[in-house]
Design a protein around this ligand. Sequence first.
Ligand SMILES: [Zn+2]
Length: 255
Amino acid sequence: MIINRISSAIKRQDLSQIIIEILIVVIGIFLGLQVTDWNEGRQDRIQEKKYLNRFHVEIIEALKPAQGLLISNELRHKDITDIAKIINGDIKADGISKSQCHSLHMAGIFSSQATALPTMNELSSTGRLSIIQNEDIRTAMSKYQVNVGTWDGVTVSLRADHVSFSDKYPEMIVLDLALANQTFTISNRNNSLFNHVCDLNLMKQNTRFKNDLTKMANKMDAFMVIFLASQVEQLNSLHEILDQELSITHPEQTP
Ligand SMILES: [Zn+2]
């Protein structure tokens, strides 16, 4: 239709009509592109909201085990430093408690890996991170991703030069055979269930053991501070920004 009108105007050499018809075509194309852009933007916002909601659920699911792991490692680390204090005479005790003895046996297991956040990995691997408009969320996501590499590197380096106290010092730590029937779960920390026997006097006399104990306390501290506590802090930070963005409040947060 428009082509007919333009060719007829050309035949009549009607310049103003030619300009008007061409303008109609240009404006039509321009409006069409605007509508397409608007529609794509609308679809992106719908997708963004879906991603953020899914990410929020993942963060909450990741936080609980990450916090549990931090707490259990803090307790285990305290047991180890308490043993050092008992040996050093800073804490008065006649012997090593069941909990402390079990922690000594469990010390040196640095098996945890950084918690994966699938939505973040998906957005990053498909190059769609820019769909998230909130710059704070994008920055926090990138920071978390960089740290996953650091955290896993820390775990790998701590696993090197592994010391198992019950293997290396069997005369000081005799494990309760009931441990053989124990089913392991991360949240299960019923140390008092076991009747391991730890010999405080032998520990006091053995410099190699005391050195290993000090090194182990340092490694456990690094594991907590550099990895576990940092991970919890960043998950909490991501959660806080997401709550603000999605206007979510949690019942336990309100006074
Ligand atoms: Zn939330």
